[in-house]
Ligand binder design. Structure first.
Ligand SMILES: [Zn+2]
Length: 413
Protein backbone atom coordinates (compact mmCIF):
# COMPACT_ATOMS: atom_id res chain seq x y z
CA UNK A 1 0.00 0.00 0.00
CA UNK A 2 2.87 2.38 0.79
CA UNK A 3 3.71 3.10 -2.82
CA UNK A 4 6.74 5.25 -3.44
CA UNK A 5 5.99 8.22 -5.60
CA UNK A 6 9.54 8.97 -6.67
CA UNK A 7 8.60 9.89 -10.22
CA UNK A 8 5.58 11.89 -9.14
CA UNK A 9 5.28 15.44 -7.82
CA UNK A 10 5.63 15.60 -4.03
CA UNK A 11 2.26 15.44 -2.35
CA UNK A 12 1.10 18.87 -1.09
CA UNK A 13 0.13 17.91 2.48
CA UNK A 14 0.58 21.52 3.61
CA UNK A 15 -2.52 22.55 1.62
CA UNK A 16 -4.63 20.45 4.02
CA UNK A 17 -5.86 16.90 3.50
CA UNK A 18 -9.13 15.75 5.10
CA UNK A 19 -10.35 12.19 5.61
CA UNK A 20 -14.15 12.34 5.20
CA UNK A 21 -14.81 8.88 6.71
CA UNK A 22 -12.71 6.61 8.92
CA UNK A 23 -12.85 4.32 11.96
CA UNK A 24 -9.62 4.69 13.99
CA UNK A 25 -11.47 3.94 17.26
CA UNK A 26 -11.64 0.32 16.07
CA UNK A 27 -7.95 0.19 17.00
CA UNK A 28 -7.54 2.39 20.07
CA UNK A 29 -3.76 1.79 20.22
CA UNK A 30 -3.49 3.71 16.92
CA UNK A 31 -5.07 6.88 18.33
CA UNK A 32 -1.73 8.12 19.69
CA UNK A 33 -0.50 8.30 16.07
CA UNK A 34 -3.08 10.93 15.06
CA UNK A 35 -0.95 13.97 16.10
CA UNK A 36 1.92 12.62 13.98
CA UNK A 37 -0.15 12.08 10.85
CA UNK A 38 0.30 14.16 7.69
CA UNK A 39 -3.48 14.40 7.17
CA UNK A 40 -5.03 17.54 8.68
CA UNK A 41 -8.32 16.23 10.08
CA UNK A 42 -10.03 12.87 10.44
CA UNK A 43 -13.84 12.60 10.31
CA UNK A 44 -14.28 9.73 12.75
CA UNK A 45 -17.41 7.58 12.57
CA UNK A 46 -19.20 5.76 15.37
CA UNK A 47 -21.16 2.66 14.39
CA UNK A 48 -22.34 0.64 17.41
CA UNK A 49 -22.65 0.51 21.17
CA UNK A 50 -18.96 -0.16 21.74
CA UNK A 51 -17.54 2.87 19.91
CA UNK A 52 -19.81 5.86 20.69
CA UNK A 53 -17.95 6.80 23.85
CA UNK A 54 -14.56 6.10 22.27
CA UNK A 55 -15.30 8.63 19.51
CA UNK A 56 -16.44 11.11 22.15
CA UNK A 57 -13.25 10.54 24.17
CA UNK A 58 -10.93 10.95 21.19
CA UNK A 59 -12.67 14.18 20.17
CA UNK A 60 -12.55 15.51 23.76
CA UNK A 61 -8.93 14.63 24.47
CA UNK A 62 -5.81 16.64 23.63
CA UNK A 63 -5.05 14.01 21.02
CA UNK A 64 -7.98 15.33 19.09
CA UNK A 65 -6.23 18.71 18.81
CA UNK A 66 -3.05 19.74 17.12
CA UNK A 67 -0.24 19.90 19.64
CA UNK A 68 1.99 22.13 17.55
CA UNK A 69 0.04 25.16 16.48
CA UNK A 70 -3.14 26.40 18.09
CA UNK A 71 -4.14 27.97 14.76
CA UNK A 72 -4.11 24.63 13.05
CA UNK A 73 -7.42 22.95 12.37
CA UNK A 74 -8.57 20.47 14.96
CA UNK A 75 -7.43 16.96 14.22
CA UNK A 76 -10.75 15.23 14.70
CA UNK A 77 -14.38 15.75 13.73
CA UNK A 78 -16.46 13.24 15.70
CA UNK A 79 -19.54 11.58 14.19
CA UNK A 80 -22.23 9.71 16.07
CA UNK A 81 -24.55 7.18 14.47
CA UNK A 82 -25.74 3.57 14.42
CA UNK A 83 -24.60 1.50 11.40
CA UNK A 84 -27.03 -0.83 9.56
CA UNK A 85 -24.85 -3.87 10.45
CA UNK A 86 -25.92 -3.34 14.07
CA UNK A 87 -29.48 -2.21 13.34
CA UNK A 88 -31.00 -5.42 14.74
CA UNK A 89 -29.75 -4.37 18.20
CA UNK A 90 -32.16 -1.41 18.15
CA UNK A 91 -35.81 -1.87 19.07
CA UNK A 92 -38.08 0.51 17.19
CA UNK A 93 -40.31 1.99 19.89
CA UNK A 94 -40.90 5.15 17.81
CA UNK A 95 -42.60 4.09 14.57
CA UNK A 96 -44.05 0.74 15.68
CA UNK A 97 -44.74 0.95 19.40
CA UNK A 98 -47.71 -1.44 19.28
CA UNK A 99 -46.90 -4.88 20.64
CA UNK A 100 -43.38 -3.86 21.62
CA UNK A 101 -44.22 -3.21 25.25
CA UNK A 102 -45.70 -6.72 25.63
CA UNK A 103 -42.45 -7.93 27.15
CA UNK A 104 -39.50 -6.32 28.84
CA UNK A 105 -36.90 -6.27 26.00
CA UNK A 106 -34.23 -7.56 28.36
CA UNK A 107 -36.32 -10.62 29.25
CA UNK A 108 -35.85 -13.76 27.12
CA UNK A 109 -39.43 -13.42 25.79
CA UNK A 110 -38.93 -9.77 24.89
CA UNK A 111 -35.63 -10.47 23.20
CA UNK A 112 -37.04 -13.34 21.14
CA UNK A 113 -40.06 -11.29 20.11
CA UNK A 114 -37.79 -8.43 18.99
CA UNK A 115 -35.28 -10.51 17.02
CA UNK A 116 -38.06 -12.54 15.38
CA UNK A 117 -39.59 -9.28 14.24
CA UNK A 118 -36.46 -7.71 12.75
CA UNK A 119 -34.41 -10.68 11.47
CA UNK A 120 -35.07 -12.92 8.52
CA UNK A 121 -35.31 -15.90 8.14
CA UNK A 122 -36.85 -16.68 11.52
CA UNK A 123 -38.65 -19.98 11.30
CA UNK A 124 -36.93 -22.81 13.09
CA UNK A 125 -36.40 -23.59 16.74
CA UNK A 126 -32.63 -23.26 16.26
CA UNK A 127 -33.08 -19.56 15.63
CA UNK A 128 -33.97 -19.05 19.27
CA UNK A 129 -30.52 -20.10 20.52
CA UNK A 130 -28.93 -17.59 18.16
CA UNK A 131 -31.37 -14.81 19.06
CA UNK A 132 -30.95 -15.32 22.81
CA UNK A 133 -27.17 -14.99 22.45
CA UNK A 134 -27.54 -11.53 20.81
CA UNK A 135 -27.35 -8.39 22.97
CA UNK A 136 -30.41 -7.03 24.77
CA UNK A 137 -32.03 -4.62 22.28
CA UNK A 138 -31.78 -0.88 22.94
CA UNK A 139 -34.92 1.24 22.41
CA UNK A 140 -34.64 3.59 19.41
CA UNK A 141 -35.91 6.49 21.53
CA UNK A 142 -32.97 5.93 23.92
CA UNK A 143 -30.47 5.81 21.05
CA UNK A 144 -31.83 9.05 19.61
CA UNK A 145 -31.68 10.91 22.94
CA UNK A 146 -28.14 9.63 23.62
CA UNK A 147 -27.01 10.67 20.13
CA UNK A 148 -28.64 14.06 20.58
CA UNK A 149 -26.72 14.59 23.83
CA UNK A 150 -23.43 13.68 22.08
CA UNK A 151 -24.17 16.03 19.17
CA UNK A 152 -24.96 18.80 21.64
CA UNK A 153 -21.66 18.20 23.46
CA UNK A 154 -19.79 18.41 20.12
CA UNK A 155 -21.18 21.35 18.14
CA UNK A 156 -19.27 20.38 14.97
CA UNK A 157 -20.07 16.67 15.17
CA UNK A 158 -21.87 14.96 12.30
CA UNK A 159 -24.31 12.05 12.23
CA UNK A 160 -22.66 8.85 11.00
CA UNK A 161 -22.22 6.15 10.08
CA UNK A 162 -25.82 5.41 9.20
CA UNK A 163 -27.49 3.85 6.17
CA UNK A 164 -28.97 0.76 4.52
CA UNK A 165 -27.35 -2.52 3.48
CA UNK A 166 -29.14 -5.25 1.55
CA UNK A 167 -26.13 -7.57 1.29
CA UNK A 168 -24.83 -8.09 4.83
CA UNK A 169 -25.61 -11.01 7.13
CA UNK A 170 -25.04 -11.18 10.87
CA UNK A 171 -21.83 -12.92 11.96
CA UNK A 172 -22.20 -16.11 13.95
CA UNK A 173 -21.97 -15.98 17.73
CA UNK A 174 -18.45 -16.13 19.18
CA UNK A 175 -17.39 -19.62 20.27
CA UNK A 176 -15.44 -19.78 23.56
CA UNK A 177 -12.14 -20.81 21.93
CA UNK A 178 -12.50 -18.03 19.33
CA UNK A 179 -13.01 -15.47 22.09
CA UNK A 180 -9.78 -16.56 23.72
CA UNK A 181 -7.89 -16.12 20.47
CA UNK A 182 -9.31 -12.74 19.45
CA UNK A 183 -7.06 -9.68 19.06
CA UNK A 184 -7.60 -7.72 22.28
CA UNK A 185 -6.41 -4.45 20.70
CA UNK A 186 -9.52 -4.35 18.50
CA UNK A 187 -12.62 -2.62 19.83
CA UNK A 188 -15.29 -5.34 20.26
CA UNK A 189 -18.48 -5.56 18.24
CA UNK A 190 -17.28 -5.91 14.66
CA UNK A 191 -17.15 -9.12 12.64
CA UNK A 192 -13.43 -9.87 13.10
CA UNK A 193 -13.37 -12.72 10.60
CA UNK A 194 -16.26 -14.67 12.12
CA UNK A 195 -18.24 -16.77 9.62
CA UNK A 196 -21.67 -15.46 8.68
CA UNK A 197 -25.05 -16.64 9.86
CA UNK A 198 -27.97 -16.74 7.39
CA UNK A 199 -29.70 -13.82 9.18
CA UNK A 200 -30.36 -10.45 7.60
CA UNK A 201 -32.10 -7.41 9.05
CA UNK A 202 -35.50 -6.59 7.50
CA UNK A 203 -35.25 -3.57 5.20
CA UNK A 204 -38.23 -1.89 6.90
CA UNK A 205 -36.45 -2.04 10.24
CA UNK A 206 -33.23 -0.66 8.77
CA UNK A 207 -35.22 2.14 7.17
CA UNK A 208 -36.91 3.12 10.45
CA UNK A 209 -33.54 3.42 12.21
CA UNK A 210 -31.98 5.27 9.27
CA UNK A 211 -34.90 7.69 9.01
CA UNK A 212 -34.93 8.49 12.74
CA UNK A 213 -31.22 9.38 12.59
CA UNK A 214 -31.67 11.48 9.43
CA UNK A 215 -34.42 13.41 11.19
CA UNK A 216 -32.18 14.04 14.19
CA UNK A 217 -29.45 15.33 11.87
CA UNK A 218 -31.99 17.70 10.27
CA UNK A 219 -33.26 18.88 13.62
CA UNK A 220 -29.70 19.71 14.69
CA UNK A 221 -28.63 20.83 11.20
CA UNK A 222 -25.78 18.36 11.03
CA UNK A 223 -24.36 16.68 7.96
CA UNK A 224 -24.56 12.87 7.69
CA UNK A 225 -22.27 10.14 6.36
CA UNK A 226 -24.27 7.40 4.64
CA UNK A 227 -23.42 3.73 4.04
CA UNK A 228 -25.28 2.16 1.13
CA UNK A 229 -24.79 -1.35 -0.21
CA UNK A 230 -27.23 -2.50 -2.89
CA UNK A 231 -29.61 0.06 -1.46
CA UNK A 232 -29.23 3.30 -3.42
CA UNK A 233 -32.89 3.20 -4.48
CA UNK A 234 -34.08 2.60 -0.91
CA UNK A 235 -31.82 5.38 0.41
CA UNK A 236 -33.30 7.75 -2.15
CA UNK A 237 -36.86 6.72 -1.19
CA UNK A 238 -36.28 7.47 2.49
CA UNK A 239 -34.69 10.83 1.68
CA UNK A 240 -37.52 11.70 -0.67
CA UNK A 241 -40.06 11.12 2.11
CA UNK A 242 -38.18 13.66 4.24
CA UNK A 243 -37.75 16.16 1.40
CA UNK A 244 -41.44 16.03 0.40
CA UNK A 245 -42.94 19.51 0.48
CA UNK A 246 -39.53 21.13 1.08
CA UNK A 247 -38.11 20.90 -2.43
CA UNK A 248 -36.02 23.85 -3.56
CA UNK A 249 -37.75 26.17 -5.96
CA UNK A 250 -35.66 26.44 -9.04
CA UNK A 251 -36.25 29.52 -11.15
CA UNK A 252 -36.53 28.88 -14.86
CA UNK A 253 -33.64 29.84 -17.08
CA UNK A 254 -35.63 32.88 -18.23
CA UNK A 255 -36.38 33.99 -14.65
CA UNK A 256 -32.77 33.63 -13.67
CA UNK A 257 -31.69 35.73 -16.61
CA UNK A 258 -34.23 38.37 -15.71
CA UNK A 259 -32.97 38.51 -12.15
CA UNK A 260 -29.41 38.62 -13.39
CA UNK A 261 -28.31 36.31 -10.58
CA UNK A 262 -25.41 34.86 -12.48
CA UNK A 263 -23.89 33.04 -9.54
CA UNK A 264 -27.05 31.19 -8.68
CA UNK A 265 -27.77 30.23 -12.25
CA UNK A 266 -24.29 28.90 -12.52
CA UNK A 267 -24.56 26.68 -9.48
CA UNK A 268 -27.92 25.17 -10.36
CA UNK A 269 -27.19 24.61 -14.02
CA UNK A 270 -24.09 22.60 -13.42
CA UNK A 271 -25.84 20.59 -10.75
CA UNK A 272 -28.74 19.74 -12.97
CA UNK A 273 -26.77 18.79 -15.98
CA UNK A 274 -23.69 17.36 -14.29
CA UNK A 275 -21.82 19.46 -16.75
CA UNK A 276 -18.22 18.79 -15.95
CA UNK A 277 -16.94 21.41 -18.32
CA UNK A 278 -18.98 24.18 -16.80
CA UNK A 279 -18.17 22.94 -13.33
CA UNK A 280 -14.49 23.03 -14.02
CA UNK A 281 -14.81 26.61 -15.16
CA UNK A 282 -16.52 27.56 -11.94
CA UNK A 283 -14.28 29.58 -9.66
CA UNK A 284 -13.41 27.64 -6.55
CA UNK A 285 -14.77 30.41 -4.34
CA UNK A 286 -18.29 29.95 -5.69
CA UNK A 287 -19.27 27.47 -2.99
CA UNK A 288 -21.22 30.11 -1.10
CA UNK A 289 -23.77 30.05 -3.90
CA UNK A 290 -24.99 26.68 -2.62
CA UNK A 291 -26.33 28.21 0.54
CA UNK A 292 -29.95 29.28 0.10
CA UNK A 293 -29.56 31.98 2.75
CA UNK A 294 -26.61 34.07 3.83
CA UNK A 295 -24.20 32.35 6.23
CA UNK A 296 -25.09 34.56 9.18
CA UNK A 297 -28.85 34.29 8.72
CA UNK A 298 -30.72 33.21 11.88
CA UNK A 299 -32.62 30.77 9.65
CA UNK A 300 -29.45 28.71 9.55
CA UNK A 301 -30.17 27.56 13.10
CA UNK A 302 -33.77 26.52 12.60
CA UNK A 303 -34.41 22.76 12.66
CA UNK A 304 -34.85 21.13 9.25
CA UNK A 305 -36.93 18.02 8.45
CA UNK A 306 -33.93 16.54 6.56
CA UNK A 307 -30.13 16.73 6.86
CA UNK A 308 -28.69 19.82 5.17
CA UNK A 309 -25.71 17.90 3.76
CA UNK A 310 -25.29 14.21 2.98
CA UNK A 311 -22.20 12.23 2.03
CA UNK A 312 -22.66 8.94 0.19
CA UNK A 313 -19.53 7.29 1.54
CA UNK A 314 -17.44 4.93 -0.65
CA UNK A 315 -20.10 5.39 -3.32
CA UNK A 316 -20.25 2.21 -5.34
CA UNK A 317 -23.34 2.83 -7.47
CA UNK A 318 -23.51 3.56 -11.19
CA UNK A 319 -23.58 6.98 -12.89
CA UNK A 320 -27.33 7.02 -13.63
CA UNK A 321 -28.71 7.63 -10.10
CA UNK A 322 -26.41 10.64 -9.60
CA UNK A 323 -28.86 12.79 -11.53
CA UNK A 324 -31.70 12.24 -9.09
CA UNK A 325 -29.47 12.94 -6.07
CA UNK A 326 -28.16 16.14 -7.67
CA UNK A 327 -31.46 17.44 -9.02
CA UNK A 328 -31.66 21.20 -8.28
CA UNK A 329 -34.96 20.71 -6.41
CA UNK A 330 -33.27 18.40 -3.86
CA UNK A 331 -33.00 20.51 -0.69
CA UNK A 332 -29.97 18.64 0.76
CA UNK A 333 -26.50 19.10 -0.72
CA UNK A 334 -25.26 15.62 -1.62
CA UNK A 335 -21.58 14.72 -1.67
CA UNK A 336 -19.91 11.50 -2.80
CA UNK A 337 -16.75 10.22 -1.22
CA UNK A 338 -14.27 7.68 -2.51
CA UNK A 339 -11.67 5.42 -0.95
CA UNK A 340 -8.80 3.44 -2.39
CA UNK A 341 -9.77 0.35 -0.43
CA UNK A 342 -13.47 0.10 -1.25
CA UNK A 343 -13.68 1.81 -4.61
CA UNK A 344 -10.48 0.73 -6.36
CA UNK A 345 -9.83 -2.82 -5.23
CA UNK A 346 -12.90 -4.57 -6.58
CA UNK A 347 -14.59 -5.22 -9.92
CA UNK A 348 -16.73 -2.07 -9.60
CA UNK A 349 -13.70 0.19 -10.08
CA UNK A 350 -14.50 0.76 -13.75
CA UNK A 351 -17.88 2.08 -12.70
CA UNK A 352 -16.35 4.39 -10.11
CA UNK A 353 -14.04 5.96 -12.71
CA UNK A 354 -17.12 7.02 -14.67
CA UNK A 355 -18.81 8.29 -11.50
CA UNK A 356 -15.81 10.42 -10.47
CA UNK A 357 -15.64 11.89 -13.97
CA UNK A 358 -19.39 12.63 -14.08
CA UNK A 359 -19.78 14.34 -10.69
CA UNK A 360 -19.69 18.11 -10.23
CA UNK A 361 -16.19 18.90 -8.95
CA UNK A 362 -17.50 20.52 -5.78
CA UNK A 363 -19.30 17.37 -4.57
CA UNK A 364 -16.33 15.01 -4.41
CA UNK A 365 -14.73 13.97 -1.10
CA UNK A 366 -11.96 11.52 -0.25
CA UNK A 367 -11.73 9.05 2.62
CA UNK A 368 -9.63 6.18 3.92
CA UNK A 369 -12.49 4.19 5.56
CA UNK A 370 -9.64 2.62 7.55
CA UNK A 371 -9.91 0.99 10.99
CA UNK A 372 -6.54 2.24 12.20
CA UNK A 373 -4.95 5.73 12.34
CA UNK A 374 -1.36 6.42 11.26
CA UNK A 375 0.92 5.97 8.30
CA UNK A 376 -1.32 3.61 6.32
CA UNK A 377 -4.22 6.07 6.60
CA UNK A 378 -2.02 8.87 5.22
CA UNK A 379 -0.87 6.63 2.38
CA UNK A 380 -4.44 5.71 1.44
CA UNK A 381 -5.51 9.36 1.47
CA UNK A 382 -2.60 10.32 -0.78
CA UNK A 383 -3.44 7.45 -3.12
CA UNK A 384 -7.11 8.35 -3.52
CA UNK A 385 -6.40 12.10 -3.78
CA UNK A 386 -3.89 11.46 -6.58
CA UNK A 387 -6.39 9.15 -8.31
CA UNK A 388 -9.24 11.69 -8.18
CA UNK A 389 -6.97 14.48 -9.46
CA UNK A 390 -5.77 12.29 -12.31
CA UNK A 391 -9.33 11.29 -13.32
CA UNK A 392 -10.56 14.88 -13.14
CA UNK A 393 -7.54 16.31 -14.92
CA UNK A 394 -6.79 18.54 -11.93
CA UNK A 395 -3.26 19.69 -11.15
CA UNK A 396 -2.32 18.13 -7.83
CA UNK A 397 -2.20 21.44 -5.90
CA UNK A 398 -5.46 22.64 -7.40
CA UNK A 399 -7.16 19.30 -6.77
CA UNK A 400 -6.02 18.95 -3.16
CA UNK A 401 -7.25 22.50 -2.51
CA UNK A 402 -10.63 21.70 -4.09
CA UNK A 403 -11.01 18.51 -2.05
CA UNK A 404 -10.19 20.45 1.13
CA UNK A 405 -12.77 23.12 0.29
CA UNK A 406 -15.34 20.43 -0.46
CA UNK A 407 -14.71 18.79 2.93
CA UNK A 408 -15.03 22.11 4.80
CA UNK A 409 -18.27 22.93 3.01
CA UNK A 410 -19.62 19.43 3.68
CA UNK A 411 -18.78 19.49 7.40
CA UNK A 412 -19.41 23.13 8.33
CA UNK A 413 -21.94 24.22 5.69
ZN1 LIG B 1 -17.39 3.16 7.42
Amino acid sequence: MATSHHDEAPFPWSLGVFDAHCHPTDTMTSIADIPHMKATTLTIMATRGEDQDLVHQVASSDLGRSDQDSNQAERVVPCFGWHPWFSHQIMDDITSPSGIQDHDPSSPEGKLAHYKRVLTPAKTKEDETFFLALPDPKPLSTLISETKARLTAHPHALVGEIGLDRAFRLPKIWLPHQLEGRDASLTPGSREGRTLSPYRVQMNHQKALFKAQLKLAGEMRRAVSVHSVQAHGAIFEVLQELWKGHERKVPSRRERKRRGSAAMAHAHESDAELDKKEDDERPSSSHSTFSTSSPSSPRDHEPLPFPPRICMHSYSGPVEPLNQFLRPTVPSDIYFSFSSVINFTNPSSEKVVEVIKALPGDRILIESDLHCAGRQMDDLLEEIARKVCELRGWELDEGVKRLAENWRRFVFG
